[in-house]
Structures are given as C-alpha cells and as structure tokens.
Ligand binder design. Structure first.
Ligand code: NAP
Length: 257
C-alpha cells in the first residue's frame, strides 16, 4: 500500500486526552495522533514496562505525554488514572475507551460463565466505569469515543460472544450520548481487521488474512493509523454536530445490523 501523506492539523491544542489500553496497537496510534495534533495525552495499560516504553516513544515524537498503569477492571487503578490526569493537567477533554478482551474462541453456548463474565467486565462494564470516574471532570465541548468492532454488526464464529459485547457498545454510545449531552459528545468507531497482537490469530494466518482482505472493497486490512484518524475526527470539533453515532472503519466490509 502506498503510504498516504496526511498533513496533521492541531485540532487538540490545549486539550487533555485519556486513551485506555494505549501502549500498543490501535490505542497507541490514537494517543500518538491526538498528541501530534497538540493534545496532552495520558496513556495506560496493565504493565508498567509497556507504559514506560509507550511514554518514551511518544516523547521522542515531541508529544506531551503522561503514563499511568491501569487495568480497566481494577477500580483503584481506574480512579488513579483519572485522579493523576486531573492532578497533572487539571481537566479532561477527550476519553477514548479502547480496552477489550477476547479470551475464548468457543461457541456462545459452550462459553464458560467465567469467560462470559470477563468479556462483559472488560469490554462493556469497564468502559462505563471509566466514564463514571471521568465524567465529573469533563469539560463543556468534551468528547468520548468508544472502540467497538465490525464484529459488533456481524458476530462471527470464533469471536461471536466478543462480537456481542461490541454490539452492546453501539447501544451504549446512543444511551450515553443522550445522557452526556449537550456538554459531551459520545461516538464510536467500529474497526475492521487490523494486524495487531490482538488480531494475530486471524491476520497472521495467510489463508484467513487473504479471505478477510477479500471481504473488504479496498483489498487490504486496516492500519492502526486508519483507526486513529477516524477517532481523532470524532473527538475533534470537526465532528461538533455528531453525537451518538458509530463510524465503521472497515474498508467497505458490510455493516448493517
Ligand atoms: P493490541 O494491539 O493487542 O493492544 C492491546 C493494548 O491493550 C495493549 O496496550 C495492552 O497493554 C492493553 N490492554 C490489554 N488488556 C487491558 C486491560 N484489561 N486494561 C488495560 N489495558 C489493557 O489490541 P488492538 O488490536 O489495538 O485492540 C484495541 C481495541 O480495538 C480493542 O477494543 C479491540 O476490540 C478493538 N478492535 C481491534 C481490531 C483488530 O483487528 N485489531 C478490530 C476491531 C476492534 P498491556 O498488555 O500492558 O495491558
């Protein structure tokens, strides 16, 4: 693929952005994009080493960045993420809820209860709880972006229950948009397939990868930068009249419910 040269704007000058699960993959690229556009970004994930490495990489790109360890299902760590952000930067303008788990490839009817609990807890409940902590600090004109998935529209075998939790985020987007209006907009992106660690079990198998590429109209997998660009758009004032919407970023893979 020819790398497109995009002139990066400065839409987030003076803004403070938190991105969960942002030390690699899509979350990292989102943090990088928001930072390159002028935001002070707070990156987080479960492991201190990953947080430190991400902070160093972003600093090297001239980004104002702060790192906090936060496993999204740990209430103390969630509270600490918000408290540290507010202590350091005084406010929150953007929250991107990006953390997810896909612990099982079982059919739904064979999925253990403990796995069902984990899927709901990380993919849905933690997103809500992060926002409960963040909301009191969010500014007028602030914005939330939830990261769903194309599988939210069409839960596929091997990712069916994961897909159902991602469908829930489409409803959560609508519900929170109403609840947080008019001061905060709430939108969502539904990525197609992106070769990250998370999607390795699909994208590293050449046959499966080819089948996925062929499902797109653009004949390629997505990139983390594609997802970051769409997220930055929704989080920015360019999307000032958009709330409660999900933007599918999947190269044309069909996405009707
Ligand atoms: P990834 O490259 O594997 O990165 C996952 C990141 O999340 C890492 O920084 C990891 O760091 C962190 N993390 C994992 N569990 C966490 C937890 N419980 N709490 C906090 N941080 C956690 O994954 P990705 O592909 O970018 O996925 C990001 C989001 O995109 C997910 O919501 C996923 O569902 C969605 N998505 C991905 C694809 C795709 O094809 N890749 C498609 C559709 C949607 P630590 O290990 O240090 O915690």
């Amino acid at each position: 693929m020819e790398k497109m040269k995009t002139k990066i704007g400065q839409r987030f000058e003076g803004k403070v952005a938190i991105v969960t699960a942002s030390t690699q993959g899509i979350g990292f690229s989102i943090a990088e994009r928001l930072g390159l556009e002028g935001a002070s970004v707070v990156v987080s994930s479960r492991r201190q080493k990953n947080v430190d490495e991400a902070v160093e990489k972003l600093k090297a790109r001239g980004i104002e960045v702060y790192g906090v360890v936060c496993h999204v299902s740990n209430s103390e760590q969630r509270k600490n993420l918000i408290d540290k952000t507010v202590q350091k930067y005084g406010k929150i303008d953007v929250v991107v809820s990006n953390a997810a788990a896909n612990p099982s490839v079982d059919n739904i009817l064979e999925t253990k209860e403990s796995v069902l609990d984990k899927l709901w807890e990380i993919n849905v409940k933690s997103a809500i709880l992060v926002l409960q902590d963040a909301a009191p600090h969010m500014q007028k004109g602030s914005s939330v972006v939830l990261i769903s998935s194309i599988t939210g529209y069409l839960p596929q075998a091997s990712m069916a229950m994961y897909g159902v939790t991602k469908t829930a985020l489409l409803g959560l987007t609508k519900a929170l948009a109403a609840e947080m209006a008019p001061d905060t907009r709430v939108n969502c992106i539904a990525p197609g397939f992106v070769p990250t660690h998370f999607a390795d079990f699909i994208t590293s198998n050449p046959t499966v990868r080819k089948a996925v590429e062929e499902k797109t109209l653009l004949n390629r997998l997505g990139t983390t930068e594609d997802m970051a660009a769409a997220t930055a758009f929704l989080a920015s004032n360019d999307a000032a009249y958009i709330t409660g919407e999900t933007l599918v970023v999947a190269g044309g893979i069909p996405s009707r419910l």
